[in-house]
Design a protein around this ligand. Structure first.
Ligand SMILES: Nc1nc2c(ncn2[C@@H]2O[C@H](COP(=O)(O)OP(=O)(O)OP(=O)(O)O)[C@@H](O)[C@H]2O)c(=O)[nH]1
Ligand SMILES: [Mg+2]
Length: 449
């Protein structure tokens, strides 16, 4: 990390200004060699200076240069940010000059990686930086910001401390059995304390479901036989003619996806081809996709026709969705009721002609995912698979320790589970890491961050 890195920090394209960011031991000297104005190596930290960038022969741009000296900077290293006029030509020319002078082009996310490696932020905070940049709505923004603020880290640190205390007490018991004032860690004592830790980890995981919903939205598939009105429902929910609707069975041939917003959560609605046996090759491919969608979607809306008796296919579909989160929507309620439903199944009824039942359908989705409540809770959730896996492993080890404690296995034997759990949480916040994994993680960041 001895080299000095440079990257364009703003999005490429035409804009009022572009920012070129330089970080590392030579940041100031490098910027100074191409700056016509004050001597940047002599100015105070966190000051802005007006001047020109020059290649020695001609001026390249009129700029403002921000000087920030170590350690109070994003990376903790000396950092210079050149604010030049926007647009590709000027920005690239300034970048090119810096590269010629000896700076190295930064890898994606390398500034944030340095902030992490230099100990200014932990790994959860670093990941939240990326989330913040990518956030597209208010909830995603708040979730990411709480990550940056270190709220999740605090929760994890508390759990880590509890585990560490138990390990320390076990060690004291082993090393100094003669100490009478040391807490005697019996399996019963251990089990009692571990139950608390277990609940805390479980809560983190339960809440992470909400984090996933905020970050990735909910995939909802409209499934059913041909002609029951799936595409009509999609159009009605979106309030636009997105999918083709006709009275010909098998109108929709491929999955049609569209986004809508429910209580600030992104809903990815998927209209599918009506499921039936068919000799038409193209239609068959569509039908196969629809069947896959039953598995892949987060939620299935099974559409049935009020005006027809249940068919064999309907019954099969009802069977297939039992294990999935689902809503059954009885469409064409404006027509005569011929459908006879199995007892005790909960349905939403409506029609797309007078647009009835669609609000109830939305309400049902809101209830299923508690979308109304998300705002009230504090948005401190794990937000990616890496984080979730590590907490799952940490929990697994605590559970194993509890089982061992119940069997009254000597506490020093089950200390191994506690150590593994502790290590998982250390990896989660980046106190322990492998270089390669860290590089991989930051590769997903955008350039200049
Ligand atoms: N009476 C009545 N007709 C409806 C209703 N909803 C849809 N239809 C009609 O039913 C026919 C089929 O509607 P679609 O929305 O294309 O049905 P689909 O389920 O997407 O059909 P496929 O794409 O073939 O699988 C069209 O003629 C619609 O106008 C409804 O609530 N009441
Ligand atoms: Mg359709």
């Amino acid at each position: 990390m001895k080299d000095t890195i440079v990257a364009i920090a703003t999005a490429s394209g035409v804009g009022a200004i572009s920012i070129i960011r330089i970080s590392g031991p030579d940041a100031l000297v490098l910027a100074n060699t191409m700056f016509k104005g004050k001597d940047l190596t002599k100015v105070a930290s966190h000051t802005i200076h007006y001047g020109y960038i020059t290649d020695g022969f001609e001026d390249i741009d009129e700029v403002l240069v921000m000087v920030m000296l170590s350690p109070k900077t994003y990376t903790t290293e000396d950092t210079v940010e050149i604010n030049c006029h926007g647009g590709i030509a000027t920005t690239n020319k300034v970048l090119e000059l810096l590269l010629k002078k000896g700076a190295r082009l930064a890898n994606p996310g390398e500034f944030t990686e340095r902030a992490f490696l230099n100990g200014r932020i932990d790994l959860l905070e670093a990941e939240a930086v990326s989330d913040l940049i990518e956030s597209k709505n208010e909830k995603q923004r708040k979730l990411a910001l709480n990550g940056i603020n270190g709220r999740i880290t605090k929760i994890v640190q508390t759990i880590k401390e509890e585990i560490l205390n138990l390990i320390a007490n076990i060690e004291v018991n082993i090393d100094y059995p003669e100490y009478e004032d040391a807490i005697e860690v019996t399996p019963i004592y251990l089990k009692e304390h571990l139950e608390t830790t277990k609940r805390e980890l479980e809560l983190l995981l339960e809440n992470s479901e909400i984090g996933k919903i905020i970050k990735s939205g909910i995939d909802i598939a409209l499934i059913g036989r041909p002609n029951v009105g799936k595409s009509s429902i999609l159009n009605a929910l979106l309030n636009e003619d997105k999918a083709i609707v006709t009275d010909i069975s098998g109108t929709t041939r491929d999955c049609i996806e569209a986004k809508m917003n429910l209580k600030g959560i992104e809903i990815n609605l998927i209209d599918t081809a009506g499921i039936r046996n068919t000799d038409d090759l193209v239609e068959q491919i569509g039908v196969d996709k629809s069947k896959q969608m039953i598995n892949n979607a987060d939620l299935v809306i099974l559409v049935l026709n009020n005006n027809e008796e249940l068919t064999k296919e309907d019954k099969e579909l009802l069977e297939q969705i039992t294990e999935k989160p689902h809503i059954i929507f009885i469409n064409k309620e404006d027509l005569q009721t011929k459908i006879v439903l199995p007892k005790n199944i909960e349905v939403v009824k409506g029609n797309t002609i007078a647009l009835e039942g669609l609000e109830s359908l939305k309400q049902k989705i809101i209830e299923l995912y508690n979308l109304d409540k998300i705002e009230e809770k504090e948005l401190t959730y794990l937000s990616n698979i890496r984080q979730i896996r590590l907490v799952e492993d940490a929990l697994e080890n605590i559970k194993e320790a509890i089982i061992d404690a119940e069997k009254e296995i000597p506490v020093d034997m089950l200390e191994i589970h506690l150590r593994k759990s502790f290590d998982n949480l250390s990896i989660l916040i980046g106190e322990k890491y492998e270089d390669e994994l860290i590089d991989k993680l930051f590769e997903n960041f955008c350039l200049g961050k």
